[in-house]
Design a protein around this ligand. Structure first.
Ligand code: HAM
Length: 452
């Protein structure tokens, strides 16, 4: 037969900024999901999943037209039905939409919701910054009280405590539409005077969204930002009282934080409290200290672990009744990077405990039945039924790091027995086939005790 020559095609690759989550990574994801689920339940949050696609206008209105997310990063397109849709770039607007759409106002307030979902932003890909990234987020809707902001910040800190990671809460208040314009005017006047010294990016922002200059990452802006007027000096009485209460509750809860007037966040829906979670312990000492150390500021600003704040006007903006809200979200990939750098114990739930090896066709027949029995008994069993030699099977068992290998060979079939090999010391014991489950359980329990 003449073989037709097929030209080898170039293999497909990932879309830029996207990531595969490979099997060896899954245990970190399982661990994170379980940790988030556990904390959410402990604080009375219920899970919500919103679709990946929403009307693009939802984010334009909620996040704001003059933001990086909407202006540069949102994946939006017109579908075959002429609807202008967007891949969800963030979770809060979608949760707020769901709250209004499903009449959650009629539920006992506040409504506490959490999510664990992928977000899409056509950002410049770099370490810790992806075009599809995941966030876990917590939102409390229907309650204006400062105690909720403090409790949300506590939950955020506890998530990082669970992996022994010291974090620093950078907190600010950006006031309300009543008191912000005065500050914005003052800020604009100040920045205009410094215009020629500002980075190109900040010069462009000066007209559209001057507040965002405060969280500029550009080196040349830092000195100007440090001297800029601060929103805290312009807060109205209500906003000032609210912020004082948030800080008092945090003090009461023993959560340390740094006041950071540059935490204005990159989304327009915030009012009053805004905060970010940065990796690293606070070095300035005092819990009511000024902005953290320059090193911390530099590192944190580049890659906040999480961020959030209050959004008391968002629901009305989306067509709902006036309903206050507050929340935060953290990047899952950034969380997992931190887990790997701490000594947090992340169990490998998929890891097999025993390997079932078989030699010859008769043994294989018996082994596939025994495999089912072991599975039903709750053991994590591995096998490679396509191999028949002992060597490759033991090699695989070794590679998987199982504690015991069960061997079923010709002799065991005749004697109605199994052989149990302790993979740590190589000692092999023959036991009755019908006692296999009980014998394995006994040995595994003993090895767990020895490991402790
Ligand atoms: P955000 O600060 O835009 O806030 O995103 C939250 C977190 O998601 C960030 O702190 C970061 O850890 C992670 N993140 C953001 N963009 C990327 C990216 N391109 N690659 C990897 N990780 C990323 C929000 O989205 C708000 N919805 C948070 C919120 C909830 N505010 C109130 N409730």
């Amino acid at each position: 037969m003449i073989k037709k020559e097929v030209k080898k095609r170039r293999p497909f690759q990932l879309v830029k900024g996207m990531r595969d989550i490979l099997p060896e990574e899954q245990r970190y994801w399982d661990f994170t999901r379980q940790l988030v689920d556990r904390l959410a339940r402990a604080y009375g949050f219920e899970r919500i999943d919103t679709p990946v696609l929403e009307f693009a206008d939802l984010f334009v209105r909620a996040v704001g037209q003059a933001t990086d997310i909407v202006e540069k990063e949102m994946y939006s397109f017109t579908d075959q039905g002429d609807d202008n849709l967007a891949l969800r770039p963030e979770g809060t607007a979608a949760v707020a939409r769901a709250y209004v759409e499903h009449g959650m106002l009629n539920l006992p307030q506040p409504v506490k919701l959490y999510y664990f979902e992928p977000m899409f932003r056509r950002d410049k890909p770099q370490a810790g910054r992806y075009r599809q990234h995941w966030q876990f987020g917590f939102e409390v809707i229907g309650e204006p009280d400062a105690v909720l902001d403090a409790q949300l910040i506590l939950i955020a800190s506890k998530i990082y405590q669970a992996i022994n990671l010291p974090v620093n809460i950078q907190i600010n208040s950006i006031g309300c539409p009543g008191c912000r314009p005065d500050f914005e005017n003052e800020l604009k006047d100040y920045l205009k005077k410094q215009k020629s010294k500002l980075s190109e990016l900040s010069q462009a922002r000066l007209l559209k969204n001057p507040m965002r200059i405060l969280d500029s990452k550009e080196k040349e802006d830092q000195e100007i930002i440090a001297e800029a007027p601060q929103q805290l000096d312009f807060l109205c009485e209500e906003c000032r009282n609210h912020f004082t209460q948030v800080l008092e509750y945090l003090d009461e809860l023993g959560v340390t934080y740094s006041l950071n007037p540059t935490i204005v966040r990159g989304l327009d829906y915030y009012t009053k409290t805004t905060f970010e979670i940065w990796a690293g312990a606070e070095e300035t000492g005092s819990p009511r200290g000024e902005t953290g150390s320059p090193r911390l500021v530099e590192a944190g600003r580049q890659s906040a672990l999480g961020g959030g704040g209050r959004y008391d006007d968002l629901l009305e903006l989306l067509g709902g009744n006036p309903t206050p809200g507050s929340g935060f979200a953290c990047g899952v990939e950034r969380f997992i990077t931190q887990i790997k750098e701490t000594d947090a114990k992340v169990p490998d739930q998929a890891k097999a405990e025993i390997f079932l090896a078989q030699l010859g066709p008769e043994a294989r027949k018996k082994a596939i039945v025994l495999f089912e029995e072991l599975q039903q008994a709750g053991f994590k069993v591995a096998e490679n039924f396509s191999k028949s030699g002992l060597k490759p099977q033991l090699e695989m068992a070794n590679k998987l790091g199982v504690k015991f290998t069960i061997i079923l060979g010709q002799k065991e079939i005749i004697d109605d027995t199994i052989m149990i090999r302790d993979m740590e010391n190589g000692i092999q014991e023959v036991v009755d086939y019908h006692k296999a489950v009980a014998e394995i359980r006994k040995r595994l329990e003993k090895s767990v005790v020895n490991d402790q």
